[in-house]
Design a protein around this ligand. Structure first.
Ligand code: ADP
Ligand code: MG
Ligand code: ZN
Length: 767
């Protein structure tokens, strides 16, 4: 066995690497810089921890948050690896003691806060020590484009430059957008890094969107059907956090709360209660979560729609980090859009920006909010929608989201559309969505009478259409811009330039609507398996009993050592124990998550617990391995059933091709970016039957035509525009990145836009 596999097994107790880990580890071991872009929970830490244990010298890990450092150091110490952290949570005496140990070479891995890098005490140590690698965790913190920009991260490069010998630099992030990636390579000055991107897909997470009238009722129902599972409920405001957590507590749920308005003490206490499994549900604002490595969070409910897909993806990323099944449900309401809009308009962080930059930033934020809102309305695969947002192209059917499990049919909703537009128009565009819907539905409420909407010519004309359907059509009308809604808190429905087409009757409105669900085998089994399942596995009755015993033992040990239970062993490891029922050290070591060191510490106690439990069973031989296997096989069988459904629901999309109709609608502007231009074409195409035009395909063609020169700058290839490119109609604008590197942004003039369309037309399908 080679060294890295040996360490993986011995210290971490795992048999094999996950996707992406090996190439990054090999890169580091061969002396290269590396850049790992992998989703939350995919195992980035091991990628620097394992080489740190092999290389000669110290690995410094830069990490933005104290809680993150503590957690990782605790995990390493539990695995028998000497590691320490240097940050402001230590007293001066503790800090110097740790620094002294570091000088003596006791720690192969040291976590350090970026602010510390410049301090004299730390520099004195670092300049005289042998630093083999600087690993930058959560590397997106260097980028202003990212969600969590930290100015102190900009000090990392300065620090590296001061070291007598440049160490290997490795960077890790879960943020996928292009701007952030480029910033990381630029600003950290990575030298020809080995870049590994593993898919953003988290297939273990079930995705769903609901628009419950009674959000709290829906939440309560969800929590009560997920007894014994941990979960996070995200709310947009502090007030809502308090309200929801209070109500849950009154309803007997084991709940705690977290937001930036609480005292440090309460926040720490509540976070610990959640991490240490003392509370089942955490209700929190987006202030909660970064640095939470808890692996057995089984659901993330968004009580409100967040501000962007980035934020959403990061938050659901905290669900089931151990890769077991988890559920992520978003509760949408129109009010969420309004609240988010208000946040964008009043964002204090933007106040320091000059007015032009502020406008650009706000525009970008509005666009992000728009894309987030579309997520709530799309009838396409929800996972595919997210992956596309991050520039990945998944299959358009995942089989594990609400939309994939629902069948759609194309429905003519022109009559409903006419009623809605007519009602808005005849009431002189003065009311919000609810009043309009209540009016056409013929509701007999005080409000309606007060507004005298019961005298409106459209009152009750759509009485027979259920309210949820009216709402769906209303949303569709807004998506398609037949109606719009004001950005203020009143959210008034307004007519648009397209509304006339509806009232005139010149436009037929088609919409995909969910068919009444036919229950597939998978769905039923999904429900069955979830109830009472542990880490997604259905245990036998004896297995359940054993699991409970092991859990109690784990809690005892964790309490004794002052660490969260999952740091002793994860749920997954306990479940493996329940299935394998190890009777010896060798069998125990075959359990996933148990290495030599952990066996030394806890092995005997868990062995005793298993033996005792098995001894109590009547005929231990018969109900061991084989029986539990059956439960897995059950699941396997169900998987197969899904194929024919897939074929029925979603016909495969064709590759993109230019059509006459599409070509007529393209708007050519004086100057645009390629991504905006391609985006426009994609918005115009028929999304149901045709795949997207990719920016890459256009870029490849332009490169082939010789419009660009490729130059190597700072160790990585950069495109530069040449004579041919300029003649084509592409202009370049020079920009300076924050680290002082020059780069170019390309703009496409009318001429260039026309030529691109001509090329697409000349190469269209079936020509
Ligand atoms: P990230 O930093 O990418 O969000 P972590 O490094 O915190 O993810 O790892 C998430 C979980 O995955 C941890 O519990 C870790 O022990 C586990 N893990 C990492 N690598 C492996 C592997 N090769 N096999 C099994 N589990 C792994
Ligand atoms: Mg991490
Ligand atoms: Zn799907």
């Amino acid at each position: 066995m080679d060294k890295k596999h040996e360490i993986l097994k011995k210290f971490f107790g795992y048999d094999s690497f996950r996707q992406g880990q090996e190439s990054l580890i090999d890169g580091i071991l061969s002396g290269r810089d590396v850049f790992g872009i992998m989703p939350t929970g995919s195992g980035k830490s091991l990628c620097f921890q394992i080489p740190a244990l092999i290389m000669d010298g110290i690995t410094l890990v830069i990490s933005p948050l104290i809680s993150l450092m503590k957690d990782q150091v605790a995990t390493l110490n539990q695995a028998g690896i000497h590691a320490a952290y240097l940050n402001s949570s230590l007293t001066a005496a503790q800090y110097f003691k740790a620094l002294n140990f570091a000088k003596q070479g006791r720690y192969p891995i040291i976590y350090v806060a970026p602010e510390r890098l410049e301090t004299d005490g730390f520099l004195d140590f670092a300049l005289n020590a042998k630093i083999a690698m600087v690993a930058v965790d959560e590397a997106h913190c260097v980028s202003q484009w990212g969600q969590d920009f930290r100015p102190s991260y900009l000090k990392i490069v300065e620090f590296i430059k001061r070291l007598p010998k440049r160490p290997i630099v490795s960077a890790f992030t879960a943020t996928a957008t292009k701007e952030v990636r480029e910033d990381i390579i630029d600003i950290l000055m990575l030298q020809e890094p080995v870049v590994t991107t593993t898919g953003y897909d988290r297939p273990n997470l079930y995705l769903g969107v609901q628009a419950p009238k009674d959000k709290y009722g829906a939440l309560k129902n969800f929590v009560s059907t997920h007894q014994g599972q941990c979960g996070i409920v995200y709310c947009l405001t502090r007030k809502l956090v308090e309200e929801v957590s209070d109500r849950l507590r009154e309803d007997g749920v084991s709940v705690t709360r977290y937001h930036a308005g609480l005292s440090d003490g309460e926040r720490r206490q509540n976070q610990d209660d959640f991490i240490y499994d003392r509370c089942q549900v955490m209700v929190a604002t987006n202030a909660f979560g970064m640095g939470i490595d808890k692996s057995n969070v089984r659901f993330v409910i968004h009580y409100n729609m967040p501000k962007s897909i980035e934020a959403f993806y990061q938050e659901i990323g905290r669900c089931s980090r151990d890769q077991e099944p988890g559920e992520c449900i978003l509760f949408y309401s129109g009010q969420d859009v309004v609240t988010n809009q208000r946040f964008i308009d009043n964002n204090q962080d933007n106040q320091e920006l000059d007015s032009l930059t502020r406008q650009i930033v706000q525009e970008r934020d509005r666009e992000r909010l728009r894309k987030m809102t579309f997520y709530c309305f799309t009838n396409e695969c929800l996972r595919d929608y997210i992956l596309r947002y991050f520039g990945e192209y998944g299959s358009n059917y995942c089989g594990n989201c609400q939309n994939c499990n629902t069948q759609f049919e194309e429905t003519d909703v022109t009559e409903i559309a006419k009623g809605l537009v007519g009602c808005v128009s005849s009431s002189r565009q003065r009311y919000g969505v609810n009043v309009i819907i209540d009016t056409v539905h013929g509701a007999n409420t005080t409000k309606i009478r007060q507004y005298r909407m019961d005298e409106n010519p459209f009152y009750g004309t759509l009485r027979e259409v259920p309210v949820f359907r009216l709402r769906q059509v209303m949303n569709h009308m807004m998506l398609k811009n037949y109606l719009s809604v004001t950005n203020d808190e009143y959210a008034i429905v307004k007519l648009t330039g397209l509304s006339g087409q509806i009232t005139e009757g010149s436009q037929i409105v088609m919409m995909k609507m969910a068919k009444e669900q036919e229950r597939t085998g998978r769905e039923n089994s999904g429900k069955k398996a979830k109830k009472g399942s542990k880490a997604g596995v259905q245990l036998s009755q004896e297995g359940e009993k054993l699991f409970e015993k092991l859990r109690v033992l784990r809690a005892d040990i964790a309490r004794g050592e002052g660490v969260p239970p999952y740091i002793v062993f994860s749920d997954k490891t306990l479940v493996s124990m329940c299935i394998i029922k190890p009777q010896s050290k060798v069998q125990m070591l075959s359990v996933s998550g148990i290495g030599e060191f952990k066996f030394e510490k806890y092995g005997e106690r868990f062995l005793a617990c298993v033996k005792e439990a098995v001894g109590e069973e009547e005929s231990p031989e018969e109900l061991s391995f084989e029986e539990d296997r059956l439960f897995f096989m059950d699941d396997d069988r169900e998987e197969i059933d899904i194929e024919p459904v897939k074929a029925m629901v979603r016909p495969a999309k064709t590759e993109f091709f230019m059509t006459e109709e599409l070509m007529e609608q393209i708007h050519y502007s004086e100057r645009t970016s390629l991504s905006d231009f391609v985006g426009q074409i994609n918005d115009l195409r028929d999304d149901f039957s045709m795949k997207r035009l990719t920016i890459k395909s256009v870029e490849d063609w332009l490169t082939q035509k010789g419009c660009f020169d490729i130059k190597v700058l700072n160790g990585r290839p950069r495109k530069q525009i040449n004579e041919k490119g300029r003649a084509f109609g592409i202009e370049a604008e020079k920009k300076i990145s924050m680290s002082g590197n020059e780069y170019e942004v390309f703009f496409y003039g009318k001429d260039a836009q026309t030529k691109i369309v001509k090329w697409l037309w000349d190469n269209r399908k079936g020509k």
